[in-house]
Structure formats: structure tokens, C-alpha cells
Design a protein around this ligand. Structure first.
Ligand SMILES: [Zn+2]
Length: 138
């Protein structure tokens, strides 16, 4: 299950709409307690995919390290990844699933004509994405 601070979710939504028609992406900073991930902040990362930004995203290792440092400053860790699907549903693609890690939350936002219309969070269990509940707090 994922708990996310309302302000972090608002930031992600605004970022997804701003970056339309390209995929936006970033990392979720928070804490993990067994199977509950609590997100306090969203760390924006540039989409490093060189030529398919409309339907792929990539986070550069250097940006990942920067996010990790930022998280540590606040006593947090990276607990997941978020990205958008311009003009596509909020379901993970085969490509998303192949590159995912267990123990992370994956928020996917569906952006239709520049507006976020839905979002869901997914976790990888035995190599398959399973939807997880999102609770908003604060
Ligand atoms: Zn995707």
C-alpha cells in the first residue's frame, strides 16, 4: 500500500500536465515499513530517453544518485518511481514491467489532452504488476 502526502501528489500531477505530450518522470521519497510505503516528497528527474519521450521514460543514474542524496538529507529513502502516460491509460506497459523492481511503488498518471484524468499505483510481485491502494494524507 502507498500513502502519499497531498502536496507531493499535487506536484506530480502539475508536472505531468506541464510535460504533456511527453512522459514526465521522477522518484518518490519516503519511508518503508514492511509493505507500506509512505511518500513525503516527489523528486523530479528529467526524462533521459533520447528519442521516445512521448511513450518512454528513463531516469539517468546521476539523477537517481542526486535524489538518493536529497532523500538522505531528510532521513528518507527512494521508495518508488512515478511517470505519466500521455493519451494512454494508467496501466503499466510491458516495458514498464520489465524494468521494475520489487519493493517499489510505481505511480502512473494518465494524461489526456494535457489534463491528468486518473492515476494508479502498482507494485511488482513475482514479476507482475499488481495495483495497490493509494491513501492521501496531510
Ligand atoms: Zn509507462
Amino acid at each position: 500500500m502507498l500513502r502519499i502526502k497531498g502536496s507531493a501528489l499535487q506536484k506530480i500531477i502539475a508536472q505531468a500536465e506541464r510535460d504533456y505530450p511527453y512522459e514526465t518522470c521522477g522518484l518518490l521519497l519516503g519511508k518503508v515499513d514492511t509493505n507500506l510505503r509512505t511518500v513525503f516528497g516527489a523528486y523530479e528527474t528529467p526524462n533521459a530517453n533520447p528519442d521516445r519521450k512521448h511513450d518512454r521514460y528513463e531516469i539517468a543514474p546521476a539523477d537517481y544518485l542526486k535524489a538518493e542524496k536529497k532523500a538522505q538529507e531528510f532521513g528518507l529513502e527512494i521508495v518508488g518511481v512515478y511517470h505519466s502516460h500521455p493519451d494512454h491509460p494508467d496501466r503499466p506497459s510491458q516495458f514498464d514491467q520489465e524494468r521494475a523492481f520489487e519493493g517499489f511503488s510505481y505511480i502512473i498518471l494518465s494524461v489526456n489532452k494535457g489534463k491528468v484524468v486518473s492515476y494508479r499505483s502498482w507494485e511488482l510481485i513475482d514479476g507482475k504488476f499488481v495495483e495497490e491502494e493509494i491513501l492521501i494524507f496531510g
